[in-house]
Each structure stands twice: as C-alpha cells, then as structure tokens.
Design a binder for this molecule. Structure first.
Ligand SMILES: [Zn+2]
Length: 229
C-alpha cells in the first residue's frame, strides 16, 4: 500500500491481500504455509522456503519452515519476525539482495530491531506482480526480468513500520530470586509443579512411615526370641 504511492504505475500492488490464519492442524486451500521446528540440526539454517510451481514461472504453493534456534543462539521475537519476512519474500517470488541491510540479504546477523522493508524489496515485488496490472489477466506471463536494480525515479529508502506490525517485546531476564519466584507463581506450570511436589511428598511420607514400622516390628521379634532363650 505504501509503495503504491511511489507512482500510479504501482497502484496494482494494492490488489495483493494477505489473509492469515493460525491453526494447529493443516487447513487446505491456503497459498502459503508457515511452520516452525526447533532447529535445523547440524546447520546454521534459520529458515527455508519451498515453492511448488507450475512451469514456466507460476508459484502455486509455498511452505515456509522456520527454526527457533541454532546450536549457539536462541532466536527472539525480533529475529523470528525478520527471518519470517525474509522467507515470506521468497514465497512472494523474490530472490536474494546483495545489499547487507536488506531483508532479502541471504545471511542474517541477530540484531535488536525489526528490519524495515526497502524500496528495492517493494520494487522487486512490483516486477513479480506486474501481471496484476494487465486486465484481463493473461495466463503464464513471466516477470519481465529476473534481476533488478532500482530505476532512477525510485530512491533507495526504508518504508515505515506501523506499531501493530512490531513483535511483542521480549521479557527481560530474571534479575533476582524474588523475580524468579514471582515469575514461577504467575506461570501456568506452577499448578502441575505443585501437584507433582505434593504427590512426591505423600509417597516419601508413606515410604518413611513403612520403614519405621518395619524396624519396630523386627525389634519386637528379636525381643521375643531373646525371651525364649
Ligand atoms: Zn533466502
């Protein structure tokens, strides 16, 4: 929507709609699926985008898989969003950028901020979706070029990020023992923890009680035997 304002020739971009749904089961009928896995074992891969396409150039379905951590680093909300947007860029038909500050740069360095989309990213999208500017749609039109740089009338800059598109803040680490206990109490796992603790204490009490009563019985037996002698 924002990039449409760079020129009326890009107004067709406002036809693109992303309708999201969150589900624990696989719902059919979506164009793009995003799923998470804990780690790409033994690699530094953070995410992949797997397209199914109809020749010559129509992506009909795309599955994005995101990793939650690498061998040495656990990704936070900001990293997750940056990597998800990168993979979403692939799902929309973008390749990699050779400019290190772009979201489509092939390598990611953890940072504290969400990477803004650049006019280069959006110009790339406008080339991929140029077919939307033709009406009626002509099937199987491929993008006019497979590699682009910004035209002279579009300046390289970042597009603004609206507040609702920022990820929720990552909670700060526990500072004191009191913070830890308060965090534990407010956690939904505390009930399970207390239940397990209670069961463990009951089992321990029964075991101790039985051990004591067994000892008392065997002492009585010894005493009886002694009297017989
Ligand atoms: Zn990539």
């Amino acid at each position: 929507m924002n990039f449409s304002s760079y020129g009326s020739q890009f107004s067709y971009l406002s036809q693109i709609r992303l309708v999201a749904s969150v589900s624990q089961t696989l719902e059919s009928g979506f164009d793009i699926y995003i799923t998470w896995q804990e780690e790409y074992a033994g690699t530094n891969t953070l995410g992949t985008s797997q397209a199914i396409y109809e020749p010559p150039c129509t992506i009909i379905n795309n599955t994005i898989t995101l990793g939650a951590k690498t061998k040495t680093y656990i990704l936070n909300e900001v990293d997750m969003q940056n990597i998800a947007i990168h993979e979403l860029g692939h799902a929309l038909g973008l390749g990699h950028s050779n400019y290190a500050n772009d979201i489509m740069y092939p390598q990611y360095t953890p940072r504290g901020n969400v990477i803004a989309l650049s006019t280069l990213d959006l110009y790339g999208i406008s080339v991929v979706f140029e077919w939307l500017s033709h009406y009626p749609y002509i099937p199987n039109i491929c993008p006019s070029k497979s590699s682009i740089s910004l035209p002279f009338y579009v300046q390289y800059e970042y597009l603004p990020i609206s507040y609702e598109n920022l990820p929720p803040p990552t909670p700060p680490p526990y500072k004191t023992l009191l913070d830890f206990i308060l965090g534990l109490i407010s956690s939904p796992y505390i009930i399970v923890f207390l239940l397990l603790l209670t069961i463990s204490l009951i089992i321990l009490s029964v075991v101790i009680w039985r051990a004591i009563s067994t000892k008392e019985t065997s002492e009585d037996d010894t005493l009886v035997l002694g009297e017989l002698k």
